[in-house]
Ligand binder design. Structure first.
Ligand SMILES: NC(=O)c1ccc[n+]([C@@H]2O[C@H](COP(=O)([O-])OP(=O)(O)OC[C@H]3O[C@@H](n4cnc5c(N)ncnc54)[C@H](O)[C@@H]3O)[C@@H](O)[C@H]2O)c1
Length: 468
């Protein structure tokens, strides 16, 4: 059987908490650390601070057993053999990643090293961060032979984080020593050997005992670059299809037909070819900017990424023009908004295009009624309820008497809405869909005036309504 390892995970956010829960699920003992006392209290009392499928079940299975939560970094790191750093690396004013949280944690870890430890970068960091962490530890008096720094980038997606973690496409480890590589192989052994998938409580997913994930060992710098290159490529795919969607809009072509035709080419693949209002979230925007900054520091021009960012920010403006051309004047209009999270399945609103669009509507003098299955509490902290802003308790209350509905996140339950009930609730049956959730023909049949992204309106008589 696989060997149990004592792991400290520093940072209990979307990545840290999911990783910690999954390590416990894989049979390790985990001490989860965060300096947010409120979050740690909530976790200790049985709460779950983020919306992630399977996370509540896994935490309740291991809480009080193989997983514990604490604010005491020193205690956790002295007990652990392996310390994962999973704190935030937000974008700084100059575009590069703000590594001050990583720096603070590394300095504190240095003070608690009394035997060999593996320190793992789980946060997304620029190339050479590994060398900086090593330098910080040495400057704080840690002996060279008492630690190794490893890069183990995380590729999970919010909303499906647990499944992605336990059924990964690949596990990347960047290591410079065989000793550290052995430890990392032991940690991921339950997945790479396939043993986890035979457990009766195993979370279901694409991997199985006969099809376990591969573990890719590479240099630490290659692992750091792999993460940035992956996110930059995915963001590029989204901007690419959005640019194609705008051409489709102008040419009266359905972008979904084009995306299907393009995506069936095995060299391209069908994923991330869905046109919409652009990417958001806590990763793509900052990682694209950080990768560009890295390239610049290394004397390389990566102008392609500037174009990716430009298309992404234009996409929101183009969508806003669609709203204006559907409604003509905006001041005083009641707009119902479906979706606030940066995508369906999560409560995360960081860099959400939906939040930007709602703010644009408020600036134009609209009144908005907002609904999201999981992100409303977080949204209230940045868009508080008031004379122009109301939060609804369900989709139909949201639509009541509105001049139009906007769809801004791709939650599955939005696609399953009762269209007749929606139409009856609205003052005017206008739907402006930024996520292409509905078939335009069906919407016409159901009596809606329906606008989406890169798909022609299903009659020829609406040319006059086209975006100016
Ligand atoms: N969110 C994602 O989908 C995702 C996916 C892959 C990689 N990443 C990367 O993982 C990292 C973490 O992202 P996240 O979304 O989990 O962030 P997050 O903001 O949700 O969580 C970070 C946590 O770290 C805690 N923290 C900060 N400083 C600390 C300290 N000194 N000691 C203890 N705890 C501290 C914060 O309180 C917070 O709970 C980032 O580098 C991100 O780019 C994120």
């Amino acid at each position: 059987m696989n060997q149990q390892i004592v792991i400290a995970v520093v940072g209990s956010g979307y990545v840290g908490l999911v990783s910690a829960a999954c390590f416990a699920e894989m049979g390790h003992r985990v001490i989860c650390v965060d300096n947010d006392e409120e979050k740690v209290r909530l976790l200790n009392e049985g709460g779950v601070p983020i919306h992630e499928e399977y996370l509540p079940e896994i935490l309740s299975r291991h809480r009080g057993g193989s997983i514990e939560f604490t604010t005491e970094l020193h205690r956790a790191t002295s007990q652990a053999q392996v310390i994962f750093i999973a704190v935030g690396t937000p974008q700084s004013d100059t575009g590069d990643a703000d590594l001050s949280y990583v720096d603070a944690v590394a300095s504190e870890i240095a003070r608690s090293i009394d035997s060999y430890k593996v320190i793992v970068e789980k946060s997304t960091v620029p190339v050479y961060t590994n060398e900086w962490i090593t330098r910080i530890l040495e400057r704080n008096g840690t002996q060279k032979d008492t630690f190794d720094v490893v890069s183990n980038p995380e590729f999970l997606r919010e909303g499906t984080g647990v499944t992605d973690f336990l059924h990964p496409n690949r596990i990347v480890i960047g290591v410079e020593s065989e000793r550290a590589a052995r430890v990392m192989r032991q940690i991921y052994g339950p997945l790479t050997s396939g043993a986890y998938y035979n457990l009766p409580h195993a979370v279901p997913g694409s991997r199985s005992a006969n099809n376990p994930p591969p573990l890719l060992k590479m240099s630490t710098k290659a692992a750091e670059l792999t993460k940035h290159a992956t996110n930059a490529f995915l963001a590029m795919k989204i901007s690419f299809i959005n640019a194609v969607a705008n051409i489709c809009d102008a040419a009266g072509v359905n972008v979904e037909e084009v995306a299907e035709g393009v995506g069936m080419d095995e060299r391209i693949g069908p994923k991330f070819l869905r046109a919409g209002i652009g990417y958001g979230g806590s990763c793509f925007p900052k990682d694209v900017a950080a990768f560009r900054w890295v390239a610049e520091q290394l004397g390389q021009q990566f102008d392609l990424l500037a174009e990716v960012e430009k298309i992404n920010s234009q996409q929101k403006k183009l969508f806003f023009r669609k709203i204006r051309s559907a409604l003509w004047t905006l001041r005083g209009k009641n707009i119902a908004v479906l979706g606030l999270a940066f995508k369906g399945g999560t409560d995360d609103i960081r860099e959400s295009p939906a939040i930007d669009i709602v703010n644009m509507l408020l600036k134009e003098g609209c009144c908005v009624t907002l609904y999201d299955p999981a992100a409303m509490e977080r949204t209230k902290t940045v868009i508080p309820p008031g004379p122009q802003v109301r939060y609804a308790s369900d989709m139909y209350e949201m639509a009541q008497d509105a001049h139009a509905v906007l769809i801004l996140s791709d939650w599955q339950e939005f696609a399953a809405i009762d269209l007749d009930r929606l139409r009856n609730a609205l003052r005017h049956p206008i739907v402006i869909d930024g996520r292409n959730l509905f078939d335009p023909e069906l919407m016409l049949e159901k009596g809606f005036t329906y606008f989406s992204v890169g798909r022609p309106y299903p009659t020829t008589s609406v040319k006059a309504l086209k975006t100016l």
